[in-house]
Design a protein around this ligand. Sequence first.
Ligand code: FAD
Length: 483
Amino acid sequence: MSSPEPDAPPDALTGHPRQAGAPPDAADGSFLDRLSSDLPDLRVLTDPDETEAYRHDETPYLHPGRPLGVCFPTSTGQVQAIVRLAADHRVPLVPRGAGSGLSGGAIAVEGGLTLVMTGMDAILEIDAENLCAVVQPGVINAELGRAAGEHGLFYAPDPASYEWCTIGGNLAENSGGLRCVKYGVTRDAVLGLEVVLADGSVIRTGGKNVKDVLGYDLTHLFVGSEGTLGVITEATLRLLPMPSARLTLLCFFGTVREAGQAVATMTRDGLVPATLELLDAFTIRAVDAALHLGLDADAGAMLMVESDAGGTAAEAELELAARAAGACGATSIVRSADPAEADWLREARRRAHWSLEQAGVARMDDVGVPRRRVPEMLAAIERVAADQGMRIGVFGHAGDGNLHPTYVMDRDDPAAEARIDAARAAIYAAALELGGTVSGEHGTGVAKRGYLEAQRGGDAVRVMRAVKAALDPLGILNPGKVL
Ligand SMILES: Cc1cc2nc3c(=O)[nH]c(=O)nc-3n(C[C@H](O)[C@H](O)[C@H](O)COP(=O)(O)OP(=O)(O)OC[C@H]3O[C@@H](n4cnc5c(N)ncnc54)[C@H](O)[C@@H]3O)c2cc1C
């Protein structure tokens, strides 16, 4: 599969295609004048030195446009007014949460206005009787988890960036995390949304009803839409009773393929643990060097298996996991000594990408395959690393079949980008060959839009374009992203 050159400046980002007949006044300041006169309380940055921090997300290799400005709405009413004004002036809008995205969804569009939603960060309600929370989009994921915990409740989706990323970003990316193997991804935790549409109208797509099937399921149309169909201004999210404290098992293997085989075996045996994460040898060593945890630095791979089933059920789950690991050649299997140690190990896994960054320029990728095919995907990544003569660390949510091959290049390697592109293309081809996906949880954004048709097919992309045209006929919402 040939690479669609993700590093080339995307047209819509660096030169927004204005609609024919559109008022050409955005750049001359009249849009910004109207913004400040209509919304005097809205904080707006226009100085390029100040807007620079909001141009990128966690994809420094992409080329954002230069925005007209960056604003910080604090209410749905403000978002509505901004969208209406932007529609009148044909100014592109880029919704943005914490900017932790890994596919370029929140990067700035040329001549556009970025809406930083982090000021809308109220947890409006924890409704313990209905097991749900009502939140604004700027709430940090981990903050919601802590607030739910005070009521003995639990918000399940937990991206590794959970201390940083927002619920709005999670919804817009349909993010996954370490607990998703048992509890599902963000999609599975959403009951309803409030969304400002491209014409400034506001809709509510659901609410506190657990069962509610009237009409089309608009809630899940907006989940994963990456800011291209509407701006999410409120969400009703499903909470669960707090599970039991977790028991943690570490299984070390001589090779990453044996670890992959153990994942496939555990799945086949019906194990649904709270967490089933994989780290390969390179990642184990990087994490250990950075955090000094005393992990087995000679191991070829490690699986972290957690059970929150409680009591004898947890013991039984970990016993099943240990048996599968042993049958697949585990060289050692150890239980964490206490909950504090287990917390540390989980934190170490969350810092896998950061640890690999200490070894060079690290670019995290994201592929998924049906779980039985995890060993083949791991083998394919090993082959690509050997063929390209490059270091690729692998970690990820192996229990979901979701792996993060991470290309680690020397900081001064002039051929780094070209080699990463070649590796990406080969890894995506392998994932598709195995019936997988080129994006398990990081979205499409700019980085993967060139692969959309190859995976989904032309007819499916035509339907996506029709949905986009119906909801955003002027093309002002996050143009150049996804499609
Ligand atoms: C170290 C690290 C670890 C990570 N681990 C994981 C992981 O385990 N699982 C995972 O799935 N992802 C992970 N990510 C990726 C990222 O954190 C998630 O995609 C996250 O959900 C993005 O949230 P954000 O608030 O930073 O959104 P941003 O990056 O700001 O935006 C992401 C997208 O959401 C849109 N958006 C934001 N807010 C709104 C809104 N209110 N309405 C409409 N659209 C909106 C933006 O336009 C953009 O398209 C990781 C990233 C890093 C850097």
